[in-house]
Design a protein around this ligand. Structure first.
Ligand SMILES: [Zn+2]
Length: 109
């Protein structure tokens, strides 16, 4: 999948999200990387790392990073649009301060 195709799916996912979330995501950029760098791996554990909500990364504003290579190898990558929606919504949960465990318990992701 090309970067352009991947970005297109992300745009489609964002367009279809609840309008209330657009207000949040307009202030939290989503950045696509090929894979998580060592600092992220060290902070979060071993690969695969599909995404991260980073609040103190190289003087950047809080943002979501999506790690394309690991996402493409996710067991549910056959439905990329649903997978990206689930991943982005998970990260939005972190914007609101929820832990991974809390998001999983509430939403099954
Ligand atoms: Zn999480």
């Amino acid at each position: 999948m090309t970067d352009k195709e991947f970005t297109r799916i992300i745009s489609d996912v964002l367009d279809a999200l609840y309008p209330e979330l657009h207000f949040v995501l307009e202030r939290v950029p989503i950045i696509v990387d090929t894979y998580a760098d060592d600092s992220v791996v060290n902070a979060f554990g071993n690969r695969p790392i599909y995404a991260a909500f980073l609040t103190m990364d190289r003087n950047c504003v809080p943002h979501i990073r999506l790690y394309k290579d690991d996402i493409l190898n996710h067991p549910k990558a056959y439905n990329m649009k649903k997978l990206l929606r689930d991943i982005i919504l998970h990260e939005v949960g972190h914007i609101y301060g929820l832990s991974c465990e809390c998001i999983s318990m509430r939403f099954g992701k």
